[in-house]
Design a protein. Structure first.
Length: 391
């Protein structure tokens, strides 16, 4: 079924950006089902792309292909094979990594993470939901992994008119707590109840960098979740690590991850509470640290939330600079799509200024290579990180 765009609204497609918003649509022939394939036409009737249709979302269509080719099982097989080939050439020794990264792999709405012999799949859009069974079959065929657990419970599904779904999609497993390896360290991953698909695979390289800088430092890990940065810091020779999170369950699993790697438990302290309040408490107590890690949840899912998020990012970074000793390192991150890298750097700079800290950036960090960013889809570059040293 064809969808005709208003004059001038084809420009984004000509730049190969995969999204078409409802306001760009001039005319739609027929009443396509949610997730069905539609042709996108210019105002003069020229073919532009083939996309999946989402009647409930403001992003009304997401492009599958810019070529006039059938969107069928073999189409998805080619896309999955291309994604697997990329990972195979880059991460041949990793037993846990992202295999499919949505738009950046030409598969909008599809997220697939591999944890050993289990795939965890997220279907986040009407199009990936429409083709979910086919995609699951292909993933089994192309990876050889028989077990797929579905974690289609992210909030964004509501914008697509989809209800949350979790559970086994293919195969059968008896234990939903898996063990993975990362740079010779081991971690427990709860694929059933953990954040996202169970673990923050996008921070793999950044966790390693923390370990490389941690020797003989007193470390504060904020929003620590299950202690990924904490484990790497202790393995790197940290003098002490204080890990803070609001989830008692996450902290409990973090303690188990320390034991799993035979790291010195006496050097690790775990504190349940609100990070904002605890940072202020530490400031009032004149506490200080040699390294602080700020890896908060998504404060700004869209640009509309950027102003409020900016205040929150500035608050925690300002407090962190106050708590850092001279020569101390701040590893600070934003995973908010509504805050781009330039804005995030401005926020951190403003926080340092208000804290009276003379600081410098010594490294820019981002998501790992298994989370690629299409040059035509800059929104895919969601994770921004800075390593700052306090002079």
């Amino acid at each position: 079924m064809p969808i005709t765009l208003h004059s001038g609204r084809e420009k984004s497609l000509l730049r190969r950006h995969p999204w078409i918003f409802a306001s760009a649509i001039k005319q739609m022939d027929g009443n396509p089902a949610s997730g069905a394939s539609v042709d996108l036409l210019s105002s003069d009737g020229q073919f532009l792309a083939r996309a999946c249709y989402s009647p409930h979302s403001q992003i009304r269509a997401r492009v599958w292909t810019f070529d006039d080719e059938p969107v069928d099982k073999e189409f998805f097989r080619k896309r999955i094979r291309a994604a697997l080939h990329l990972r195979g050439s880059l991460f041949d020794k990793a037993n846990s990594l992202r295999l499919i990264h949505a738009e950046s792999d030409g598969l909008p709405g599809l997220i697939v993470d591999r944890y050993g012999d289990v795939l965890v799949m997220q279907s986040l859009t009407a199009g990936s939901e429409f083709w979910k069974e086919t995609l699951a079959d292909l993933l089994v065929e192309e990876t050889g992994v028989q077990n797929i657990y579905e974690r289609s419970d992210a909030d964004v599904r509501e914008l697509e008119g989809l209800k949350p779904i979790t559970g086994m999609l293919r195969g059968k497993i008896d234990n939903f707590r898996l063990t993975i390896e990362e740079y010779n360290l081991k971690f427990y991953v709860d694929i059933q109840h953990g954040h996202k698909t169970g673990f923050y695979l996008d921070q793999r390289h950044n966790r390693q960098r923390v370990g490389q800088f941690a020797k003989d430092r007193d470390v504060l890990n904020c929003f620590c979740y299950t202690g990924g940065f904490s484990v790497h810091a202790l393995a790197g020779g940290a003098k002490s690590v204080l890990s803070v999170d609001s989830s008692a369950d996450a902290l409990a699993l973090g303690k188990e991850n320390i034991a799993l790697n035979n790291l010195p438990a006496e050097k690790a302290t775990w504190l349940e509470g609100d990070v904002f309040q605890l940072l202020r408490k530490f400031r009032d107590e004149n506490r200080s640290f040699d390294m602080i890690i700020l890896d908060p949840p998504k404060f700004a899912p869209t640009a509309a939330h950027a102003e409020k998020a900016s205040r929150a990012y500035k608050d925690i970074n300002l407090l962190a600079f106050k708590l850092l000793r001279q020569g101390g390192l701040l590893f600070t991150y934003s995973c908010s799509g509504g805050v781009d890298a330039a804005l995030f750097q401005k926020i951190v700079a403003s926080a340092a200024l208000d804290a009276g800290a003379d600081a410098a950036i010594i490294e820019h960090l981002s998501q790992g290579g298994d989370h690629p960013v299409s040059l035509h889809f800059p929104e895919g570059a969601y994770l921004k990180g800075l390593v700052c040293v306090k002079g």
